[in-house]
Write a protein that binds this ligand. Structure first.
Ligand code: NAD
Length: 263
């Protein structure tokens, strides 16, 4: 299928590992100008090298802490100088700390608010003028199945992803007229470093091994396995493409059927 993405400039946030990295790879394979960021220079260099070897596209990378407004503004200034505009923004972020309500401090809430919700708001502010001017753009937020069905022990994710979902729907209403779509992709259990950490954390609480936790997670999924990050990336790629030109304001889960609700 011709996705019409070649030559587009794509910014993927929190993209040196996991789902973000898989998304960066998918866009590199399509011949896009790929921009990645995270807090770790070493990981960014490593990811950038890997992508260059595999797809002969060298991602443009920058250090950016998504919880820090100045970092976001400075990084965008550099991007703007280099590329002039961003055609496709994929808002990914590091997962907020796990925990029940009683485990979380005011600081945990503030950090999660900045990282999960405000990074989406801030990057959207920065890229939208260019998208509006060219009357084309895509904003895709990586959220979680938590928006359909709260996940055990993930109070911060359950609360703040809902904010991103409301933001995306509202924004899609405002910018649809300019041929800009705004959508959310909600992954279920996906085998990445983040999931491994969550499994270790849950294993400690329950006094069993993290292997058992991962096996339990798979049992909850009708397809009886966890997702690969490239399976999340495949939907992001489609939503960014010309083929998805009439899909906006929606949330699509990639979860092997694990969400119990009908809608
Ligand atoms: P991951 O831990 O493998 O990767 C997270 C990425 O974010 C890394 O590149 C890391 O360097 C970067 N990062 C972390 N904090 C950052 C910060 N403050 N500023 C900039 N970059 C930062 O995680 P993942 O599994 O790929 O998950 C990605 C997102 O998807 C997370 O928000 C996670 O909660 C969500 N999600 C994951 C799953 C899953 O099962 N893996 C399921 C649902 C939702």
């Amino acid at each position: 299928m011709e996705l019409g993405l070649k030559g587009k400039t794509v910014l993927i946030t929190a993209s040196s590992t996991g789902i973000g990295k898989a998304i960066a790879e998918a866009f590199a394979e399509e011949g896009c100008n790929v921009i990645i960021c995270s807090r770790s220079k070493d990981k960014l260099i490593e990811t950038s090298r890997e992508i260059k070897i595999k797809y002969n596209i060298e991602p443009f990378w920058g250090i950016c802490d998504l919880g820090n407004q100045k970092d976001i503004e400075n990084f965008y200034q550099v991007i703007n100088k280099q590329f002039g505009k961003v055609d496709i923004l994929v808002n990914n972020c590091g997962g907020p700390v796990p925990g029940f309500f009683s485990d979380l401090s005011e600081e945990d809430w503030n950090n999660a608010f900045k990282q999960v919700l405000m990074s989406v708001v801030r990057f959207s502010y920065l890229v939208l003028p260019g998208m509006i001017e060219q009357e084309w753009g895509r904003i895709i937020n990586i959220t979680s199945i938590a928006v359909k069905q709260p996940v055990h022990n993930l109070m911060l994710s359950n609360s703040l992803r809902a904010g991103v979902t409301g933001f995306a729907k509202s924004l899609s209403n405002e910018v649809g007229i300019k041929n800009i779509t705004v959508n959310n992709v909600a992954p279920g259990y996906t085998l990445t470093h983040r999931l491994y950490e969550l499994a270790v954390n849950r294993a400690k609480t329950l006094g069993i091994s993290h292997e058992e936790i991962l096996a339990e997670m798979s049992k909850d999924v009708p397809m009886n396995r966890l997702a690969g990050p490239e399976e999340i990336a495949a939907l992001v790629l489609f939503l960014a493409s010309q083929k998805a030109s009439y899909i906006t304001g929606t949330t699509i889960q990639v979860d092997g059927g694990s969400t119990k609700a009908i809608f």
